[in-house]
Design a protein around this ligand. Structure first.
Ligand code: PLP
Length: 451
């Protein structure tokens, strides 16, 4: 019945981040197992992007599937302004136990965008409750935080939001000095970036509600890495300036950088942290904004207007929480931790080989995420279709090709994928006029670049 589904889809469904007039037709997925998604025509696709960075333990993972099914037969939803339940309380406690410092209070929401929106609203009201009217947010060049208006405003330099420019509110944008293997310019660029960052802090003294950054990896900006040194310097300065530091770990969380959370790897403790994507292992949309205790305390009082009057219909959905608990247990297990290390080792070896190819520049690696630049976006778009033909699901962002596989992927399968990538990328000569003539316009400043 594959044709029927595709026809119904073509007639009635509107796909995200897709120009339907020119995109290759959607694939009709019928089942998933491990890193593989199978389509109705019997083809198999290796999901090297973890289905938009959400999947940790493979598709239809039986442990998580069982946890969700059991929860669905017990309690599917209960209004969270009145009730609590075991999955929500336990998941909050387990996440807090993994986080540094007194990041001890969880506010649940639905997706990465809402986790960021909640953090931004909380920061503003925190200062209001403290008797200060602080209106400035500081974001970072190229940063992406989601598609709601606050998150878009913060991510206004990501290049994705041209159509809504007039809706966005002003924010301060600090530099994000990105780096790669063998980059010998980073220390100078980092120093210049910090000088700019200091200037922003200086001219907004007492006005900054929060500083918000994607720690270690800017995802949608094209898998751009910064050094932990820069992150630590930003964190120290945020503290010295007396403002709040929010880490958007929607992509970096849950093992992507090698550590469970990027803040641990960088050795910093933010005031708030936003989590989603990997939170449920890719089973259900759910998010959380975790705050330090003093922020929660500032919302207490006899007056209801001091409270955080924000919520979503499905807040702390029990199925999502059950999936989150099962996924976290798998993630913390020895087997998964070993896979994360192994994936990084395979990436390292293969990236080092790729670095010798004419079409490859700026190879970079952080945990289970490996990336490099192609000569231009056309090469990326062309390769995407070729990889699809060869059974690999990859989605180059402009001229950036990256891998972000589920942790269940074994070394053999990962090497096979890299073999195909190496084979195809080696056919692109760096000097090929089709590919080298136009320099990419740099960090994602076109709306044709989609994550
Ligand atoms: C994907 C992403 C978001 C938005 O999450 P959604 O679930 O798509 O709303 C926010 N921040 C970062 C860093 C992301 O990668």
């Amino acid at each position: 019945m594959s044709d029927d589904i595709l026809a119904l889809d073509a007639k009635h469904v509107w796909h995200p981040f897709t120009q339907a007039a020119t995109a290759a037709p959607a694939l009709h997925a019928v089942r998933g197992q491990g890193a593989v998604i199978e389509t109705a025509d019997g083809k198999q696709y290796v999901d090297l992007v973890s289905s938009w960075w959400v999947n940790l333990h493979g598709h239809a993972n039986p442990v998580i599937a069982r946890a969700v099914a059991e929860q669905a037969g017990t309690l599917e939803q209960a209004i969270f302004a009145e009730f609590t339940h075991a999955p929500a309380a336990r998941l909050a406690a387990k996440i807090c136990a993994q986080l540094p410092g007194d990041l001890d209070r969880v506010f649940y929401s639905d997706d990465g965008s809402t986790a960021v929106e909640v953090a931004m609203k909380m920061a503003r009201q925190y200062w209001g409750n403290m008797g200060q009217d602080r209106r400035v947010y500081v974001g970072f060049d190229g940063g992406y935080h989601g598609d709601t208006v606050g998150a878009m405003s913060l991510g206004r330099t990501s290049g994705y939001f041209g159509a809504w420019e007039s809706m966005l509110f002003p924010v301060e944008i600090a530099p994000f000095p990105h780096t790669w293997d063998g980059d010998d310019t980073i220390e100078a660029r980092e120093a210049a970036a910090l000088a700019d960052f200091d200037a922003i802090l200086d001219r907004n003294q007492g006005q900054i509600a929060a500083i918000i950054i994607e720690p270690l990896i800017q995802g949608a900006a094209g898998m751009r890495l910064c050094r932990p040194e820069y992150l630590r310097a930003v964190a120290e300065r945020a503290k010295a300036a007396g403002t709040l530091l929010i880490l958007d770990e929607v992509m970096t969380g849950f093992g992507r950088t090698g550590a469970v959370f990027a803040c641990q790897k960088a050795g910093i403790t933010p005031d708030m942290i936003c989590l989603s994507k990997g939170l449920t292992g890719g089973f259900l949309p759910m998010a959380m904004t975790v705050t330090r205790d003093f922020i929660y305390q500032a919302f207490l009082g006899q007056d209801v207007s001091r409270a955080f009057l924000h919520g979503h219909s499905y807040t702390a959905n029990p199925l999502g929480c059950a999936a989150g608990l099962a996924s976290l247990e798998l993630l913390l297990g020895a087997e998964c931790q070993a896979r994360i290390q192994a994936i990084e080792a395979v990436h390292r070896a293969r990236l080092d080989r790729m670095a010798g190819l004419a079409a490859v520049s700026k190879p970079r690696l952080c945990g289970t995420m490996a990336a490099f630049d192609l000569p231009n976006g056309e090469a990326g778009a062309k390769l995407k279709l070729i990889f699809r033909e060869r059974g690999l699901l990859l989605r180059p962002m402009g001229n950036v090709l990256y891998l972000l596989p589920p942790y269940c992927m074994n070394d053999g399968a990962l090497h096979q994928a890299w073999d195909i990538i190496e084979d195809e990328v080696s056919k692109i000569s760096g000097a090929d006029p089709c590919c080298a003539s136009r320099k990419s316009s740099g960090p994602w400043m076109t709306n044709s670049v989609i994550p």
